[in-house]
Design a protein around this ligand. Structure first.
Ligand code: GLC
Length: 558
């Protein structure tokens, strides 16, 4: 049976459960809170929800360290509560996508608790254990973890080291062990049988490590990554998992750090041998940094434009499908990065048009639809909760940074920026909780919140609604060809074409005015202005002066 491709029609709303909505006043978001917001989510015009991990977890990496794959974190509710959310989402026509984290588990997972006990029990080969070098005194190789420090931890009980490419509480699974792959398939079936509609597969391109685990090229972080990124057996393992998902009408998106379009096509090219439906790559999130979010540069719109244009072109030519996103739980807020807090409303709308009117499936992260910003008032390191933020301080200190100067970096780079309380209204704690929030509420919630956005016809939220409705009703957005126009560097303009219709999308990344002229084959006087963020300057000679962060979309019907 040919797999259905409803994922091309949909857009997705991502929930990071801990900070979304707290129903019982313990300061932690939960499933009952989510349930109370399903109508709101539906009203945005999305078709699916992706839940960041809901499973029991010691929360060392906020759910990406799973202690039990087949249950729900009691802080969030019960399996019954989840089933209710699933049913109620389905009733509203919303699909539900789970996060599948199988590169590693929590060190409190029962598999690991057993595995660490001895070299010859049922679970001893579930993880990557090695003897140390130099009589066990040094780790097996020079690999470093993504979150800082060595990628090996010594376990006295077993007298060996285990590999963790993330935090030390996240031991890597040994995917070369067929029993581990059976477990993964079993987990997939468990949720699919319950009725979930697909998976976002966490760092899935890391699951196969090079045989012999050779030393890596020395980098400041993630030394060794070349030996586990797109590793030798990745295709094989993914095709085993694909066989399971092919038995269901479901969808998969794989998280793929350092992915390029040509490499991605090896996994997502449609047809026989396709392993995933799409991939989250990171290239466009490198427009204000080098290699990692922590090595910041000024924002380079040219980089962003070129990456998007390249992916649009290569996916169309190679038969792949794009996953379109600007925010998620690992990325600081995009208005604060690629937009402007001064022109917050304008730039949030511009960024939405710029990204989501390309070909691909839009993924919107909670709060993005109201233009939430980075948490720049945080003035104590202890306020931060993310393991990568806290660990990075060590590295920055060694480079001579004071705590104060590190905080400035955090205001731009920390993942915590995306994890502040969802801003529902202007009541205390932004209506997220009646208790004390587990983390932090951005003080700008009095102005930036869902309630205020609902009351304002021209809000970012209402712009998202218009945009998603327009996408739904116009196949040109989903399936049209893509051509980037040659413009000045701070304008990103493109033309899409489909069955004789044309669509022109113009986006300014400037806080000043820039002249824009449409190409000759697009007569603006005959086109309809379908989306815009200003009462704006008139079109003269097939062009106009753009206002700060202006976006305009024109449709030219055949
Ligand atoms: C992915 C997740 C991130 C997590 C990491 C380790 O990148 O998105 O939040 O920390 O994997 O699981």
């Amino acid at each position: 049976m040919a797999k259905s491709q409803w994922y091309k029609e949909m857009s997705v709303y991502q929930i990071w459960p801990r900070s979304f909505c707290d129903s019982d006043g313990d300061g932690i978001g939960d499933l009952k809170g989510i349930l109370s917001k399903l109508d709101y989510i539906k009203s945005i015009g999305v078709d699916a929800i992706w839940f960041s991990p809901l499973y029991p977890s010691p929360q060392k990496d906020f759910g990406y360290d799973i202690a039990d794959y087949k249950s729900i974190n009691p802080e969030y509710g019960t399996l019954e509560d989840f089933k209710t959310v699933l049913d109620e989402a389905h009733k509203r026509g919303l699909k539900v996508i789970m996060d599948l984290v199988v590169n590693h588990t929590s060190d409190q997972n029962k598999w690991f608790l057993e595995s660490r006990k001895s070299r010859d029990n049922e679970y001893s080969d579930y993880y990557i254990w090695r003897d140390g070098r130099r009589n066990g005194k040094k780790p097996p190789n020079n690999w470093l973890s993504t979150f800082q420090g060595k990628a090996w931890e010594y376990c006295k009980e077993r007298g060996q080291y285990y590999l963790h490419v993330f935090a030390k509480e996240q031991p890597d699974l040994n995917m070369d062990n067929p029993k581990v792959r059976e477990e993964v398939k079993d987990i997939m079936r468990f949720w699919l049988d319950m009725g979930v509609d697909g998976f976002r597969e966490d760092v899935i391109t890391f699951i196969s490590k090079k045989e012999g685990l050779p030393n890596g090229f020395p980098l400041p972080v993630a030394t060794g990554i070349e030996h586990y990124m797109n590793g030798p057996h990745l295709r094989e393992y993914l095709s085993e998992f694909r066989k399971v998902t092919d038995e269901y009408d479901c969808f998969t998106v794989g998280e793929a750090p350092m992915m390029t379009p040509s490499r991605a096509l090896k996994f997502i090219k449609e047809g026989d041998g396709q392993l995933l439906d799409m991939m989250f790559h990171f290239q466009h999130m490198g427009a204000d940094n080098i290699v990692t979010n922590w090595l910041l540069t000024p924002f380079r719109p040219g980089h962003l434009k070129n990456v998007f244009a390249k992916w649009q072109k290569k996916m169309a030519k190679g038969g792949g499908w794009n996953a379109l996103y600007l925010e998620n739980h690992d990325q600081p807020r995009v208005v604060s990065r690629y937009g402007s807090e001064k022109y917050r409303v304008e730039s949030a709308k511009m960024l939405a048009s710029m990204c989501f009117l390309q070909s691909g499936t839009p993924f919107i992260y909670m709060g993005q639809e109201i233009g939430m910003t980075n948490a720049k008032e945080i003035d104590h390191l202890e306020t931060y909760k993310d393991v990568s933020t806290l660990n990075n301080f060590g590295m920055f200190k060694a480079l001579g940074f004071s705590e104060k100067s590190f905080l400035k970096v955090c205001h731009r780079a920390a993942r915590d920026n995306a994890r502040t309380s969802m801003q529902w209204d202007d009541s205390p704690n932004a209506g997220f909780t009646t208790g004390t929030p587990w983390f932090y509420t951005n003080p700008n919630y009095k102005e930036i919140n869902v309630k205020a956005a609902e009351a304002d016809e021209n809000s970012i939220l209402n712009f998202y609604r218009k945009l998603l409705k327009f996408r739904k009703e116009n196949d040109i957005v989903k399936y049209g060809s893509f051509r980037m126009l040659r413009t000045c560097p701070r304008i990103f303009a493109y033309v899409r074409e489909y069955q004789g219709d044309k669509m022109l999308v113009i986006n300014s990344f400037s806080d000043g005015e820039i002249a824009f002229r449409a190409p000759e084959d697009f007569d603006m006087s005959k086109a309809e202005l379908v989306l815009s963020n200003y009462e704006s300057n008139p079109v003269i000679h097939n062009g106009f002066m753009t206002k700060p962060y202006e976006t305009r979309t024109y449709l030219l019907k055949n």
